[in-house]
Design a protein around this ligand. Sequence first.
Ligand SMILES: Nc1nc2c(c(=O)[nH]1)N[C@H]1C(S)=C(S)[C@@H](COP(=O)(O)OP(=O)(O)OC[C@H]3O[C@@H](n4cnc5c(=O)[nH]c(N)nc54)[C@H](O)[C@@H]3O)O[C@H]1N2
Ligand SMILES: Nc1nc2c(c(=O)[nH]1)N[C@H]1C(S)=C(S)[C@@H](COP(=O)(O)OP(=O)(O)OC[C@H]3O[C@@H](n4cnc5c(=O)[nH]c(N)nc54)[C@H](O)[C@@H]3O)O[C@H]1N2
Ligand SMILES: [Mo]
Length: 756
Amino acid sequence: MAKKPPRDDVGDRDLTVRGPEAAAAGLPGVRHGLAAAMSHMGVRRTALTLLKVNQAEGFDCPGCAWPEPAPKHRATAEFCENGAKAVAEEATLRRITPEFFAAHPIAELAGRSDYWLGQQGRLTTPMVKHPGATHFRPLGWAQAFALAAEHLKAIEPDQALFYTSGRTSNEAAFLYQLFARAYGTNNLPDCSNMCHESSGVALGATIGMGKGSVTLDDIHDAKLIAVVGQNPGTNHPRMLAALEKAKQRGAKIISINPLPEAGLMRFKNPQKVAGLVGSGTPLADLHLPIRVGGDLALFQAIGAKLVEWGAVDEAFVTAYTSGFEGYATAVREVDAELVARATGLSAEEIEAAARLFAASEATVVCWAMGLTQGRDAVATIREVVNVQLLRGMIGKPGAGLCPVRGHSNVQGDRTMGIWHEPPTWLGRLGERLGVAMPTGRGHDTVEAIRAMRDGHAKVFVAVGGNFAAASPDTDVTEAALRRCTLTVHVSTKLNRSHVVTADEQTVLIMPTLGRTERDTQAGGDQFVTVEDSMSNVHASRGRLDPASPLLLSEVAIVCGLARAVLPESTIPWESYARDYRAIRALIEQTVPGFDGFEAKVRTPAGFTLPHPPRDSRSFPTPDGRARFTVSPLEVLTVPPGRLLLQTLRSHDQYNTTIYGLDDRYRGVKAGRRVVFVNPDDLTDLGVADGSMVDLISEWADGERRAPAFRVIAYPTVRGCAAAYFPEANVLVPLDSTAAGSNTPTSKQIIVRLQPV
Ligand SMILES: Nc1nc2c(c(=O)[nH]1)N[C@H]1C(S)=C(S)[C@@H](COP(=O)(O)OP(=O)(O)OC[C@H]3O[C@@H](n4cnc5c(=O)[nH]c(N)nc54)[C@H](O)[C@@H]3O)O[C@H]1N2
Ligand SMILES: Nc1nc2c(c(=O)[nH]1)N[C@H]1C(S)=C(S)[C@@H](COP(=O)(O)OP(=O)(O)OC[C@H]3O[C@@H](n4cnc5c(=O)[nH]c(N)nc54)[C@H](O)[C@@H]3O)O[C@H]1N2
Ligand SMILES: [Mo]
């Protein structure tokens, strides 16, 4: 039997702390994943649903963007504990009906936690809050579209914002950007702005392609894998199986992380009997406990060693790159003392890492948010590229650059044109459809918040995501959203963004189908497509009955909006919604790499998009060469009595969706308002383990405070601290962003702990 949703918000009443675990997954992983699934779905639905995850005829796991092995190598259960939880959240049997909204005034919902809101179940009915109303009320789809159209027609196109989260399918994303642009704006901020934007910018400028250059086989065949600023045990658990395979074939693994994350230390593969009960495979051969923000210095220092030792692939450097001389001169001058301060690592540790790079003939560097969300994120990733270029590690089996994406289709959404800049193919699309396309740059996430805050943007539309909770500077972001005349949320689940409202504002909730559900249109049952972190595009077919007969697909909602907002439009919106093949045909005609799209996605494995650096060492940069770059090394200085705080994910959350209140691998149970601090720092600060503190960040425009966090003595690097996102987002000012990508610096916040 599925369990009922929680009635009360419990907060951290029962919080306990046990200390970090040594290994990830194994039997507890399976048990926890199944327990979550069964509490939402009951036994039968759990079995039926989980067996379809990531299978050729099933749906793409909504969890993460890690690729699936080729169909013949797929396990019967090609998912992980956290994939099971992601599926359970969506396939839950709990429902939010109009009666729920009648019983709970918006003011009450606004006081609930993200956890409580999410646990209430799936949205079932389009809802509206009219100006002056205290409650959401149901309305019909036609009325909902008409209301949105009334607002959108009353403003200039650039006064509207069209946000996307990375779960949206290729088909829905392509139509959504077409709608926004046919309406007249490039204001298409997306979750990528807060996520891998820094990777896209750094890779675009150096190798000419903003995407990773490896395939899953490259991971399996690598001789050295560096996992930098990433916690795969929680966020990409299936990656651990790939690391294990590489390891068994002789690869070495380096973990570069301020925290000793369980999954990187030891892994028990839940898909193997030995992994269920044994002690697991030790994964990392070398763990570098780096100071937060120290990676730029580390990769410069590694590059310096490689140059010094002559461990350079000269043939590659000569044939395919530019800028080597300038780079080599710059790294020869890297100041060892600055490197030590920036990284907190000893010369021996750095040399050990450099030796592994020098000795490896096939190296992959993987990274995620630990590199992308800092002040120097773009420059840091360029330093990773420098090291890989030195060793000729692009376009070679077992080697490459691997930004590990977050949301299951965040990479595909960008390929489909979800971007605040006009994609190269936009002109062609406009010509084909006979529609003038906007040419100027639109707003990214941070700029979108500023535009709402300053009254320049009036309507906010979101296809997926939880903008209020995911964005930085929570109070500023919420106030900004409240200044809109209309906010529209196309969502599967209730979240904070729906209940951040102002009295005179109109708010629309448009409930939509999820990945797991059958999508039937006038033209029959539809499937959608997604692109994983390694540029593989494949089909995803939901099988479950929709959570409510009133749900529309994202595609249908976008078409409904477009027809209401652009009644004169000559774009055949209705035929797109009737049969998604029409959308794929338009994508094929527009987006490079999609020739033969329809036929190719109908094969079980789908297809891999072209990637010139990976495929043929051709670099689509202005001079056709991969570029070495030089960046200054500036140590992040932290005033005395302060710590450098990073915000990260617990094991029981998917971004702002909180599955549960435990962080098993870090030994935290039943609570989230915790801050992890090195015990020696606690001694120096005179703060006791287990005591309560406010976290305060200090900025030119004033302090920001996150109240009431429990201190946990934890083996993080000296001078650094960690707390969970989104509780700590309030501490990150809107204007604190990475140079070059404008990504909020969610991993680098200087804080003081104030005992309460
Ligand atoms: N279950 C689950 N899966 C997810 C998600 C989820 O929330 N839950 N989110 C999805 C999304 S959208 C994304 S983007 C990915 C995120 O995947 P991750 O990037 O793994 O997520 P974070 O929890 O932010 O972890 C950041 C890691 O970087 C380390 N780190 C922090 N600062 C630094 C630094 O300066 N240098 C180095 N070297 N390391 C640092 C932290 O200690 C932590 O281990 O996961 C995706 N998958
Ligand atoms: N401080 C701090 N802030 C961060 C981060 C951090 O590490 N630290 N990480 C950043 C990162 S990497 C990211 S990606 C962003 C995430 O930002 P978002 O993508 O905006 O947030 P999510 O929590 O992933 O969105 C969850 C909501 O999506 C909706 N949803 C789920 N599935 C579907 C679907 O199939 N269709 C539709 N239409 N809606 C659906 C549900 O209503 C759910 O409530 O947050 C960023 N913010
Ligand atoms: Mo992300």
